[in-house]
Design a protein around this ligand. Structure first.
Ligand SMILES: *Cc1c(COP(=O)(O)O)cnc(C)c1O
Length: 474
């Protein structure tokens, strides 16, 4: 087909230039938001995309007019602009019912913590003694709060719990053996695997017991001259049930003391107060881990604790002091805004107002009747604002929320969800549509429905959510 090549060349020659598209009205907003360079980059790649499409579809023999091509690229530009706007860290409405949603930033912070974080964002006395008017110890208030809450002699805050484990293992177990039960060699979300963390820190893993049962004598038999410590890891995101046996913190720390080695517990999420009344079972209470004799314990700041991303280490004064002096700590320490948010979050526990003040606690503690009432009320309001003949239907339904964050996977948190159906969209189209608005609404698809769980939606966001659903339904 000698003409086909001529036809395609004709179309290709009519592709607009980058500058032509940038001069068009459609590009003005993009240039304003992203700057000319980045906008030009997007336009260039869209023109390339169109060029490839023309070549791929050459057999159709269509000859494109310049106006058509320009209009198509402008249309693509709108979508690319909207997608560029959505990139990055931005507010979403978490309607999944997963309270500690790792992909959505784990714990949402309390109003007080956000205020403290904002206040600390400028100059702040992170390493300055205001009474003396000179340099002071870094973050000593947060340390004293952790000591008060856990009963530990000293504490240290690092980037996250993974950093805490790396620091502890590399300082105290490099080149030496660490005894761990085979039932606790866990993976927590892809890139945190206990055996790999041990290797990375230079420690030698000494596995004991079996997947389901490990006895005290297994640990006893494994301890030798090159043993540095016994490590107990909270299995967090999974549970072994049935014929099982694991050894308690108390027994392990007594053994460690007898053998003159360390006992370190990676509690993962852990809990600062007993969460059993909230239906959260099997999470070690940190103060009990300390009183049961662990030399060191580590836990996350942004899981059940409900604060910012951080790894908290609590334990004996001499041991924590050595961690603080290690150059590795300097690379893992947290910044002023995190320190401020953590201080404020911990203060709520000490005041005894954690359940009211900390969003994670509030969302876990809320009674199912309260969620049911909210959901029914919301559905009624939505029906009113949609009016008759809407494409969207919403009904309340019984379901379960989840703790998330690798904590308490078997907790049954009864809830009432809002089940959505759209006449023109499939479930996945409706779910994607909810994600495309501002702020994006993250929903769950289950049994042929799109579900919204108000447990994780702050009441402040309800009006916004109502407006979004009304828009989608009309
Ligand atoms: C979550 C978890 C970690 C990792 O904590 P990050 O704060 O996410 O680094 C480590 N160990 C256990 C047992 C965990 O549950």
């Amino acid at each position: 087909m000698p003409n086909a090549q001529a036809q395609i060349n004709a179309s290709l020659s009519r592709l607009p230039s980058v500058d032509e598209i940038l001069e068009s009205d459609g590009a003005a907003a993009l240039i304003r938001d992203l700057g000319r360079e980045r906008a030009a980059g997007i336009v260039r790649s869209l023109i390339e995309e169109k060029r490839a499409e023309l070549i791929a579809n050459a057999a159709e023999g269509k000859i494109w007019a310049r106006e058509e091509l320009t209009a198509e690229i402008n249309e693509m530009l709108k979508l690319a602009g909207a997608s560029a706007q959505r990139a990055g860290v931005r507010k979403v409405i978490n309607a999944t019912g997963v309270v500690i949603h790792t992909n959505l930033g784990r714990a949402p912070l309390s109003h007080d913590a956000i205020t403290a974080m904002t206040g600390a964002a400028g100059y702040s006395a992170i390493e300055y003694d205001l009474n003396a008017g000179s340099r002071g110890p870094r973050g000593d208030k947060v340390v004293s709060l952790i000591k008060d809450l856990t009963g530990a002699e000293d504490a240290l805050v690092v980037n996250n719990c993974a950093a805490a484990a790396l620091l502890i293992l590399s300082v105290f177990a490099q080149g030496r053996e660490v005894v761990v039960s085979r039932g606790e060699l866990v993976e927590i979300g892809g890139d945190f695997r206990i055996p790999d963390v041990l290797t990375k820190s230079g420690a030698v893993l000494r596995e004991v017991g079996t997947t389901n049962r490990t006895h005290l004598r297994d640990y006893e038999n494994a301890v030798n001259d090159s043993t540095a410590m016994i490590l107990k890891v909270h299995p967090s995101n999974y549970r072994i049930t049935g014929f099982t046996r694991s050894v308690s913190t108390r027994e392990l720390s007594a053994l460690a003391k007898e053998k003159n080695i360390l006992m370190y517990e990676d509690a993962g999420s852990g809990a600062l107060i007993d969460l059993k009344p909230l239906g959260i079972k099997g999470e070690p209470v940190i103060s009990e881990v300390i009183s049961d004799g662990a030399d060191l314990v580590s836990f996350s700041g942004d899981k059940l604790l409900g604060g910012p991303q951080a790894g908290i280490i609590a334990g004996g004064a001499e041991l924590v002091g050595r961690l603080r002096k290690d150059p590795f700590y300097r690379a893992l320490r947290v910044d002023k805004t995190i320190t401020a948010a953590l201080e404020t979050t911990l203060e709520a526990y000490l005041r005894g107002t954690a359940i009211e003040d900390i969003p994670v606690m509030r969302m876990l503690a809320v009674k199912e009747e309260v969620i049911a009432e909210r959901s029914v009320r919301f559905v009624e309001k939505l029906k009113d604002s949609l009016g008759t003949g809407s494409n969207l239907t919403a009904v309340p339904g019984r379901n379960l929320s989840a703790v998330g964050g690798g904590a308490s996977p078997d907790a049954a948190l009864e809830t009432t969800v809002i089940e959505l159906k759209h006449q023109e969209f499939t479930d996945s189209q409706l779910e994607a549509r909810l994600r495309s608005v501002d702020p994006p609404v993250i929903a769950r698809i289950e049994a042929g429905c799109v579900l919204l769980d108000l447990r994780t939606v702050p009441e402040d966001d309800e009006t916004k959510l109502l407006a979004i659903l009304t828009e989608i339904g009309s």
